[in-house]
Design a protein around this ligand. Structure first.
Ligand code: GLU
Length: 303
């Protein structure tokens, strides 16, 4: 049976699919301790679910098995429970699901929307340095396409010989299939964009058989997440996710990108800029109610 994309783009992009009560999620990576920015994100997602009679999920995004640690996963659970949050068990852990992501990757491969990339970071940086004004996407400068023209037979030989490679999206072919896309954000409204602008993003990394973009789209769909809440730092990534949802026939959630928590210097909180962890604030004697107020949710308990 032949399966083809028969619906015109206008019909496939009518705005988010509608659900009566939202399923939201907080999806941290267990690569360090949570800070106030994470507390805001988690409370934001839980508050949206609570206000509309929905469900709030916790998901552990640990595809980066080299950097993820069980003790950080435990700390995430402890810190969120201390803040007053609850979620259904079992919690989905992405590192348990590589075969699931692989199935979706195969769909894109079979549709001829991917290609293997053998480049090192150094190869890519050197090529980009030659054309510094090249376009940028959500993951930085677009991949300059060094491996895009490798004939399939030659690529196959290199793969069979064990050469490390990533799998990239053929974004121009993807854009031709999806046509212009949009997503709906609670603050920004309807955001329209040209899918070709996302660049040839990585679908499977060299060291990990998936990527953040692919696994987050698959899990949001398979967990019925209908309202994706997260910081504005991931606003551009949402364009990638809409493209993958459209190509894979996954439902379209609504989005709410919220402001980030900034330090006194106006910089986004991050461990490398010295942000205090929730753990450290707790050790200083802060109470859950004080932390919630600092994160912008002073009325949490009674809400
Ligand atoms: N795991 C991502 C992070 O820790 C968040 C994913 C998302 O909310 O889409 O930044």
């Amino acid at each position: 049976m032949e399966i083809s994309y028969s619906a015109p783009a206008e019909q496939r992009d009518e705005g988010p699919d509608q659900f009566p009560a939202p399923v939201t999620r907080f999806a941290p990576s267990p690569t360090g301790l949570l800070h106030l920015g994470h507390a805001k994100s988690a409370l934001f997602a839980a508050a949206k679910a609570r206000a509309l009679g929905g469900r709030f999920l916790l998901r552990i995004e640990d595809i980066d098995t080299g950097r993820s640690r069980p003790e950080f996963e435990q700390a995430i659970r402890d810190d969120l429970a201390w803040l007053g949050l609850t979620w259904p068990e079992p919690v989905l852990r992405q590192s348990d699901r590589f075969p699931v992501y692989d199935k979706f990757l195969h769909l894109l491969e079979e549709a001829d929307l991917t290609y293997p990339c053998f480049c090192t970071r150094k190869d890519i940086a050197a090529e980009i340095a030659k054309a510094p004004s090249a376009p940028h996407g959500p993951d930085g400068p677009h991949y300059p396409g060094l491996c895009k023209g490798i004939p399939w037979e030659a690529a196959r030989e290199r793969i069979d010989a064990g050469e490390p490679h990533a799998i990239r999206l053929h974004s121009d072919r993807a854009a031709a299939l999806t046509g212009p896309l949009s997503f709906s954000d609670a603050e920004a409204g309807r955001v329209e964009f040209d899918p070709a602008g996302i660049g040839d993003i990585v679908l499977a990394r060299k060291d990990v058989p998936t990527s953040y973009h692919l696994s987050v789209c698959v899990d949001d769909a398979l967990q019925f997440v209908s309202l994706v809440t997260r910081g504005t730092d991931l606003f551009e990534a949402t364009k990638v996710h809409r493209v993958l949802q459209s190509l894979l026939g996954l439902p379209q959630p609504a989005y709410h990108h919220h402001d980030l928590v900034l330090d006194e210097g106006g910089r986004r909180l991050a461990k490398r800029t010295g942000a205090l962890s929730l753990r450290a604030l707790r050790d200083q004697g802060k109470t859950p109610a004080e932390l919630r107020a600092m994160a912008g949710f002073p009325d949490w308990e009674g809400a």
